[in-house]
Design a protein around this ligand. Structure first.
Ligand SMILES: NC(=O)C1=CN([C@@H]2O[C@H](COP(=O)(O)OP(=O)(O)OC[C@H]3O[C@@H](n4cnc5c(N)ncnc54)[C@H](OP(=O)(O)O)[C@@H]3O)[C@@H](O)[C@H]2O)C=CC1
Ligand SMILES: N[C@@H](CC=O)C(=O)O
Length: 292
């Protein structure tokens, strides 16, 4: 069924309806203003609606406030972690966010924690990428994680909620870990097949950090004063909390006027089926209690 037909079908339901979008589809995301204008509420972990053009962001929230339909997307950042609700609570209660920084990808966290651990030698880069996909941490196409765009999308969402009108996830510097030679391969499967040939590139990055007694990690930050958003690799002392993360853990620090120099920190699994399902289900329960 085409999306406008789905909107017609749901709008004709005898009571209020919630659309749960568990895809990563841009087409479905682009139809949110249509669904919302038809009084269909939305619950989703799909980042694309909230991190594509700023116009789509505005259209979504304009349509929701006009119709009264609800839009909840907690698991679009940090899976089941209470990242979006916390940021909204900070802003709604009059706090001023000055900086947000940390590890925002379960996949990247898992990859670097297992490929470049603080103790021991770590696994082979391409084998860890395959494992991350098998564990359900990656996007449907793992290149969407490795090119930095997944983290860039999350930072776009958080920056917008904190008050920065970021135009798109490609309007600030984003470091890609896709080898140049594989930028044009046609499918995610072909990419995974060819990736072992380029493991030496990540090995070089890891060795360069090791020579300084450090480890490399994939991080992001939003600086509200300078309106700067950036995503990429940085090196950390082995004693740094970011270096010591385990599994697919995210760590997200909110620096605000109210919290002063000790940030409010959220940490825990940032990807995986169970925690993402929890984030989606808890949003659904909230929406159902509001529209009943
Ligand atoms: N995995 C995780 O840890 C997290 C995921 N998310 C988000 O959750 C969403 C889903 O991720 P994940 O479950 O891992 O991905 P999967 O690839 O496992 O699932 C996506 C599903 O969406 C279906 N789908 C895609 N496009 C359409 C469409 N146009 N209409 C109907 N169905 C469609 C796919 O069907 P088919 O295979 O037939 O194409 C597939 O069943 C993504 O937006 C992701 O960013 C958010 C937080 C954490
Ligand atoms: N691919 C994403 C899934 C959650 O958003 C990640 O690894 O963090």
């Amino acid at each position: 069924m085409a999306l406008p037909q789905i909107a017609d079908y749901l709008a004709a339901a005898p009571s209020k309806v919630v659309l749960v979008d568990n895809t990563s589809s841009q087409d479905v995301a682009d139809a949110y203003p249509l669904f919302l204008s038809r009084e269909i509420s939305i619950v989703t972990p799909n980042k694309k609606a909230f991190s594509s053009s700023y116009k789509l962001w505005q259209d979504i929230f304009t349509a929701a406030s006009a119709s009264g339909a609800k839009v909840y997307h907690e698991s679009s950042v940090g899976a089941g972690l209470p990242v979006i609700s916390t940021l909204k609570d900070l802003v709604d209660t009059g706090d001023e966010v000055t900086k947000i920084e940390g590890v925002f990808s379960g996949t990247m966290s898992f990859l670097f924690n297992s490929f470049a651990p603080i103790e021991g030698s770590g696994g082979q880069w391409s084998a860890e990428v395959k494992k991350a996909k098998e564990l359900g941490y990656t996007e449907p196409d793992p290149r969407d994680d490795l090119n930095g765009l997944d983290v860039a999308r999350k930072l776009t969402i958080l920056a917008r909620l904190a008050g920065l009108s970021v135009e798109s996830p490609t309007s600030f510097p984003v470091q890609s870990l896709i080898p140049k030679e594989l930028e044009t391969v046609s499918s995610g499967d072909e990419f995974l097949e060819k990736l072992p040939e380029f493991d030496f590139q990540m090995e070089e990055t890891k060795s360069a950090a090791e020579k300084q007694g450090k480890v490399v990690r994939f991080v992001g930050s939003i600086d509200m004063a300078s309106k700067t958003v950036k995503v990429g690799l940085e090196t950390f002392d082995k004693s740094h909390p970011i270096a010591a993360l385990k599994g697919s853990d995210n760590i997200i620090s909110f620096y605000t006027k109210r919290y002063g120099s000790n940030p409010l920190i959220i940490q825990g699994a940032g990807a995986g089926g169970d925690v993402t399902a929890m984030g989606v289900t808890s949003d659904l329960i909230k929406v159902l209690s509001q529209i009943a």
